[in-house]
Design a protein around this ligand. Structure first.
Ligand code: CP
Ligand code: NVA
Length: 306
């Protein structure tokens, strides 16, 4: 994927539909071990929020490519002591080959990327979670053998995952419906971006009606009701979000062969019931595994692994 060499991934909108499709194909080839790629490069992980999947899958992906990883825990670097982002970026640029950042403001990620010549990957911000959506699309592709024209319904908080899902579905030629309580809609600018990508050929629908959204969907997707950094709002949000829980009743409205996805970590009894997450239509463990394959393809593409 020569076209990705040296590129940043700050938003899923950084990819064209063709680049996304090719990246997913590369992930499928790497997963099946039909293709083996190597690169002797160093990835830095600069995570200011907790992470299990993203941290471990990036680390293992890099090891499997023959590269190395440095965990730049902000608490033991000068980052937590307030060293300016611009300075940290210019210094890390001189040591590393690629950097994955998990932080709060999308703007901080952008400042970082603007001051570093090495590729910078968004490993989650308050606005987006593009790497998650690469794995989600890979999972959907595996389950249905295609992406185009399928309908994905996201119910819950209009958060980073919802924002990136809208972009990812639009790029993949899928219909996307996002059902949130009033006041918790996804980012209006990203909705516009997704609609521009869809170009009227597929749907980018916002609604407050979870049942309407779930009807005849192929994929039902949810995420936590309070994201990292919003913990103090969690109790207040509980009754507001209750009608948006993925339950067996909601699942019965979707297509018979619908699958259920959740980026994890999950709160059973809140955004999803125990029966559904552990049920026969849940694909959450394959989805979590696919973080490894999708990110390996991403790293291989950006680093020009051969
Ligand atoms: N889904 C996801 O990004 O999980 P982590 O927060 O554990 O990395
Ligand atoms: N929306 C969640 C996703 C966690 C992977 C958060 O930002 O906390």
């Amino acid at each position: 994927m020569a076209v990705l060499i040296g590129r940043d991934l700050l938003s899923l909108a950084d990819f064209s539909p063709t680049e996304l499709q090719e990246l997913l194909q590369l992930a499928i080839q790497l997963k099946s071990q039909q293709l083996k790629l190597r690169c002797n490069k160093v990835l830095g992980l600069l995570f200011s929020k907790a992470s299990t999947r993203t941290r471990v899958s990036f680390t293992v992906a890099m090891y499997q490519l023959g590269g190395q990883v440095i965990d730049l825990n902000p608490n033991v670097t000068q980052v937590s002591r307030g060293e300016p982002i611009q300075d940290t970026a210019r210094v890390l640029d001189r040591y590393l080959d690629i950097l994955a950042i998990r932080t709060f403001a999308q703007q901080d990620l952008e400042v970082f990327a603007n001051h570093a010549t090495i590729p910078v990957i968004n490993a989650l911000t308050d606005a987006e979670h593009p790497c998650q959506i690469l794995a989600d699309l890979l999972t959907i592709q595996e389950c249905f053998g295609r992406l185009a024209d399928l309908t994905l319904t996201y119910v819950g908080d209009g958060n980073n995952v919802a924002n990136s899902l809208m972009l990812g579905c639009a790029l993949a030629g899928m219909n996307v419906r996002v059902a949130t309580p009033p006041g918790y809609e996804p980012d209006a600018k990203i909705v516009e971006q997704a609609r521009a990508i869809a170009g009227g050929k597929t749907e980018v629908l916002l609604t407050h009606d979870p049942e309407l959204a779930a009807k005849e969907a192929s994929v039902l997707y949810t995420d936590v009701w309070a994201s990292m950094g919003q913990e103090q709002e969690a109790d207040n949000r509980m009754p507001i979000f209750q009608p948006y829980q993925i339950s067996e009743q909601m699942l019965s409205l979707a297509n018979q062969d619908a699958i259920v996805l959740h980026c994890l970590p999950a709160h059973r009894g809140e955004e999803i019931t125990e029966e559904v997450i552990e049920g026969s239509q849940s694909r959450v463990w394959d989805q979590a595994e696919n973080r490894l394959h999708a990110q390996k393809a991403l790293l291989a593409g950006i680093l020009g692994a051969e």
